[in-house]
Design a protein around this ligand. Sequence first.
Ligand code: MF3
Ligand code: CO
Ligand code: CO
Length: 326
Amino acid sequence: MRATRNAPCWCGSGRKLKRCHLDPAALRRPPIELGKVTPLRDVPSHIVRPHYVEGGTVWPPPTPQILAGAALDRMRHASRVAAEVLATTVAAAAPGVSTDDLDALAHDTYVRLGAYPSTLGYHGYPKSICTSVNEVLCHGIPDRRELRDGDIVNIDVTAFVDGMHGDTSATVGVGTIGAETAALVDTTREATLAGIAALRAGEPIQLAARAITAVADTKGYGVVSEYGGHGIGEVFHADPHVHHTITSRDRAVAEPGLCITVEPMLRSGAARFTTAEDGWTEILDDGMPTAQFEHTVVVTDDGAEILTLLVDGSSAVAGPSPTTNG
Ligand code: MF3
Ligand code: CO
Ligand code: CO
């Protein structure tokens, strides 16, 4: 159900939405409409494809990816390529640019860097990135819909190169976004980095979930429990499942060399979502925005190192977005 100003806030505070988690710009916006999806893009034959693209058996098995030496060097490279593709694509997000335009730019950038876009042909997914706009939680398929001033969009990039996958995403504002939406984006970035900073070899991976939840709680935002991070390396989605919410069922312990993603989704509205007719796009029922950031990391003796950084060590999307009130 769509959110309304006078209904009780989803967060359980007992106050009306307009006195609690009100995002006026989001409330004014019509529900997201999915646009036309363009034909599949080609990848030149010299670019090596992951095994699942050619069909056949699933290989290698999705066991935890513990990397060292030359394998970790290849993982660093794939992760850096993903970060470069993300930085290039994020820089092009602007009013009037379609998410399909972003897909085309990302696609050409992967290819130029010698990488295969891991999502293209993954369980039938048709594009080279995911673009999740406003109330789209994740797995939005790039289409002809043009971005509008005030939208937010998560761009999720996964690059396969030298036999390794690197996976990273960021949410950015399009043009000028409302202050409430910007607070959600900035808190989500902060929660992601806090989750990564909480990881330690020999300690439960749940420490990341605790740190993420603590940051979300400072603003009363919800953390999506249905999606989490994952092991990553030669396999796109490997064990362990990285929960971002607190659960007693998660017994996984970090160890040196373990490569995983941390990729929490935060929401300023209610938790319910529905899969669109395309079978991929997950859309929050109340129409309130959701943000996500993602890094691929390797666990070290005294913490976790972010691998999806640019060559100068910076992040694709470091800072807050320009905002307007109302
Ligand atoms: N990159 C996403 C993740 O973070 C997965 C996208 S899979 C797709 O795990 F098929 F939806 F593209
Ligand atoms: Co991921
Ligand atoms: Co991703």
